[in-house]
Design a protein around this ligand. Structure first.
Ligand code: T4K
Length: 410
């Protein structure tokens, strides 16, 4: 047996007695949450623009420095409502990255629109702007990019392109609440941005999302459309769906938001520990945050270069799983390789996407968040190092200070 396999064999099996998750929800003050839920029960106001939803919207708008926040039941529906409010419907093409969670594409497909997949920019993992430009055609009605893992898209270039072609520009900001671009919070870019507050997200409302925009008229339409087409005066202004956030979700959202700084500090510490412990390991790199910007650090994603590491991402994932570490291959496969898009390449994937293919083979998200402490990060890295080259984890600084690029804005 080789030395590295011996080291792996010498780890206790499983290393962790309980599963270690990537998406364990962050919980703020339980007392505040219960107090808020109790208030809603007292008021007997459970949904339809209740006071907690309004307060949550105000806090999110303030946090993201945007004029309007329209809370919704989840980001997937948020993308649909935003697209519909911009007049996007059956047969309309929307250019989207393939390297994203499939919800981005499905949200469009579900309203009859046609996601057309673009190549990724290797540095950011977001849309390759030159390819987006090549894909713009007579049926293109919008561009929808994603701030993948909280790294901002190429916002300036995309905004210029969208303006030149008279196209609305949406951002799926499901990962990017609390992140910045050119020191400005994500939320105020493009025509509108959509946050997710699903349970696994940095700030959560059990299930939930929000569409944020500086366009007041669009915000009015969004509010009506999420509420069966009814406006503030209870007049039916047009077609709509039910995409409302309810009071219990808002109670959690507010409580979670109050603790966002703490969550960020913990994510930042974990991110730095992973970087330290995996430093110099051949064929494994932690995907970097955007230098000079602030990030919520809610995803710690490694890339596994099979040739250099001596094992494939899937093999490493299986080793981790054997030790109760439930690492996730976000995002693999790319959307263009998922149904229903895979079966209609001419419609959805006019060009080959070799960079997406390559990255989706390499990425692996590791556990972080409030449920993950320094000992857990060290343990995960011991398993990874043992699996790759049998080396021990280096000593690391357990402090929460340091790297400004991964910090929460003041
Ligand atoms: N756009 C992008 C770019 C997205 O990443 C997402 C969602 C969306 C749009 C859509 O947002 P929403 O419409 O949901 O608001 C998870 C999340 O469920 C999903 O929301 C997220 N992206 C995606 C990246 O990750 P799964 O299927 O991997 O989740 P699941 O349920 O398997 O949970 C992941 C881990 O978290 C598991 O190990 C269990 C743990 N977990 C999960 C939940 C829900 C818990 O410990 N407690 C929990 O309550 O998709």
């Amino acid at each position: 047996m080789s030395d590295d396999r011996m080291l792996l064999a010498s780890l206790p099996t499983p290393y962790f007695s309980e599963p270690l998750h990537v998406g364990r929800p962050n919980l703020g003050s339980r007392d505040r949450l219960i107090e808020r839920i109790d208030g809603a029960l007292e008021r007997l106001w459970f949904t339809n623009d209740g006071p907690l939803v309004r307060e949550f919207e105000a806090r999110v708008a303030e946090f993201a420095e945007v004029r309007n926040c329209v809370a919704v039941s989840n980001a997937t529906t948020g993308i649909q409502v935003a697209a519909k409010a911009l007049g996007i419907g059956p047969g309309d093409e929307v250019i989207v990255p393939s390297f994203t969670w499939v919800a981005t594409a499905h949200a469009l497909d579900w309203i009859g629109a046609v996601p057309v997949f673009c190549e990724l920019d290797e540095e950011t993992g977001t849309a390759d702007v030159a390819h987006v430009e090549r894909l713009i055609g007579p049926r293109t009605r919008a561009i929808l990019d994603v701030h993948v893992f909280g790294r901002p898209a190429r916002i300036d270039e995309l905004s210029k392109l969208a303006e030149e072609h008279g196209l609305p520009l949406l951002f799926d900001a499901a990962h990017a609440f609390g992140c910045t671009y050119r020191s400005k919070p994500i939320g105020g870019f493009g025509t509108a941005e959509i946050f997710s507050f699903q349970a696994t997200k940095f700030v959560n409302s059990f299930e939930g999302g929000a569409i944020v925009t500086d366009d007041d008229e669009l915000a009015d339409r969004l509010r009506a459309m999420r509420h069966q087409g009814l406006n503030a005066a209870h007049e039916i202004t047009g077609s709509g769906t039910v995409a409302r956030m309810h009071e219990i979700s808002a109670a959690m959202g507010l409580t979670s938001l109050e603790a966002a700084d703490v969550f960020t500090e913990v994510n930042r510490r974990n991110y730095r520990l992973y970087e330290n412990y995996l430093d110099g390991l051949p064929g494994v790199r932690v995907r970097p945050q955007q230098v000079g910007e602030q990030s919520n650090c809610q995803y710690v994603v490694i890339e596994v270069n099979a040739t250099r590491a001596g094992l494939r991402r899937d093999e490493l994932q299986a080793v981790l799983q054997g030790h109760n570490v439930l690492a996730r291959a976000y995002f693999s496969p790319g959307c263009h390789s998922c149904e229903p898009y895979r079966s209609a390449p001419a419609r959805h994937t006019p060009d080959p996407l070799p960079k997406v293919e390559a990255l989706t083979e390499r990425v692996l998200s590791l556990p972080t968040g409030m449920a993950v402490g320094p000992a857990e990060v060290e343990g995960v890295c011991r398993i990874i190092r043992a699996a790759v080259d049998g080396s021990a984890v280096p000593k690391a600084d357990h402090s929460t200070g340091g790297d400004a690029s991964c910090s929460h804005r003041p």
